[in-house]
Write a protein that binds this ligand. Structure first.
Ligand SMILES: *Cc1c(COP(=O)(O)O)cnc(C)c1O
Length: 434
């Protein structure tokens, strides 16, 4: 399998090179040359195969020969070594809980897969690899946890000061060792711009072996297909589900659309957005207008120019009619998000996090217009990650899962920097990598 750049001005590469480079040298995102249909025997018997075997089938064509089969099996098994349950919430509305991994958000899956692939590829590299990543909240912790103590890899995380939750900040600033956190005086788009600029800076990339761990990296993006398949393994309704996906950079929903393209039965996708509504507007008007990110209480979705949206257009061959058949998008205000948290908790005894709440709002709207449909909200994070938002809304404390108690007692260790490329470059070149 080869990958081409969506800018079409860079050579085609294999999975190994796409993973190591992150982004193509022309600034484009990598995209697989073909999307193979899964064998009919697999698709017709999803519940009859183990999660591990299914995930392996899904990812194998994208990895090609770059990782030997036994090694890839190990990587897949380690990636998904926690439960991903589908829970019925009410009236044909389900939650797929993606928050049972080490940092309590779905990004653990992509980050665990990518760190293991890169760890495998790094064995043959002479120079240490620097993973440079911008986070709007959850990526940082997932990448930090996935890469902590991976040999030959240093991780530098940029996060927007004051715009991530207190639990998220602890998760990305307390590992130490090969994990370094930079607290940027700016918003997520600023962090992402700094990272993009670093990759384009040949003066820097000639000195440092740089790669990204954002959802643009194919090794983070593609394994996100797994849980759409796991959802269907557990799905007992007699019609395909509608998936409502809380969306920011659109990597997660784009993976779902890949899974659908590979043959997974899905009725429709809904991109559930907060006030950052570039895609809902695009679907209404046909005009794609990137904007400055607006801070909201579902902060992992505060993205004003979602990188992965171009990949969605590529999957459907830029066919706007097809796009509307498979994808809708809603926006939900902060006030409405809080209402949803409260009513889901009081009426249905289910406590969503703010991102999940946006997903429940979007699916609720859809089902009102399509009363015979049934659907799944991807519950992308545990509510404890957003206790600052959730606790005042429900008027009681959210119990802390035992798995993060220790992290919360640790002391934050981050280097403040200005939203300025010179400052980032200086840090990357001059700080002690390990
Ligand atoms: C990252 C994140 C999202 C958005 O996912 P994208 O792939 O960027 O669209 C939604 N919810 C949570 C909790 C997240 O961490």
């Amino acid at each position: 399998m080869h990958y081409y750049s969506l800018q079409h001005k860079a050579p085609k590469v294999d999975f190994r090179t796409a993973t190591i480079q992150g982004q193509a040298p022309d600034g484009g995102l990598y995209f697989p040359e073909s999307i193979q249909q899964l064998p009919a025997a697999v698709l017709s018997n999803l519940a009859g195969i183990s999660r591990e075997a299914l995930a392996y089938e899904v990812i194998r064509p994208f990895v090609g020969e770059t990782i030997p089969s036994a090694e890839l099996q190990r990587i897949v098994t380690e990636t998904i070594n926690f439960p991903i349950p589908l829970k019925h919430v009410h009236n044909g509305i389900y939650a797929l809980e993606l928050f049972h991994g080490p940092t309590l958000a779905f990004k653990d899956i992509g980050a665990r897969f990518m760190s293991r692939c890169l760890g495998y590829f790094a064995r043959d590299e002479k120079q240490p690899i620097t993973v440079l990543v911008a986070t709007s909240g959850d990526t940082g912790g997932a990448v930090a946890s996935g890469f902590h103590n991976v040999e030959g890899v240093r991780v530098v995380i940029l996060y927007p000061s004051g715009k991530v939750s207190s639990v998220q900040e602890k998760q990305l600033t307390t590992f130490g060792d090969n994990i370094h956190a930079l607290e940027v005086d700016g918003n997520f788009d600023d962090c992402q711009q700094l990272v993009k600029r670093a990759f384009k800076d040949t003066g820097l990339t000639s000195q440092l072996f740089l790669t990204s761990a954002n959802s643009i990296n194919v090794a983070r993006w593609l394994p996100q297909q797994f849980y759409y398949f796991f959802a269907l393994q557990q799905w007992k309704e007699n019609q395909p589900p509608v998936f409502s996906v809380p969306s920011g950079n659109f990597g997660n929903i784009c993976a779902g659309i890949m899974a659908w393209k590979a043959g997974l039965p899905v009725r429709h996708f809904i991109a559930a957005c907060n006030a950052n509504d570039v895609v809902p507007r695009f679907l209404e008007t046909g005009d794609y207008q990137p904007r400055t990110a607006i801070p909201t209480i579902s902060n992992a979705m505060d993205v004003g120019d979602p990188s992965n949206f171009v990949r969605i257009l590529e999957i459907i061959g830029n066919d706007r009619t097809m796009l509307k058949t498979i994808l809708s998008s809603y926006r939900t205000s902060d006030q409405r998000t809080k209402e949803l948290i409260r009513t889901m908790y009081q009426q249905h005894a289910y406590l969503p996090d703010p991102h999940g709440a946006v997903g429940f709002d979007a699916l609720g709207n859809w089902i009102q217009q399509h009363p015979d449909h049934k659907g799944i909200v991807l519950e992308t994070a545990h509510p404890i990650k957003f206790l600052d938002v959730v606790e005042p809304v429900i008027g009681q404390p959210v119990p802390v899962p035992a798995s993060i108690e220790e992290t919360l007692t640790k002391t934050k260790n981050a280097t403040p920097i200005a939203s300025d490329y010179g400052a980032l470059k200086d840090y990357l070149v001059n700080s002690n990598p390990f």
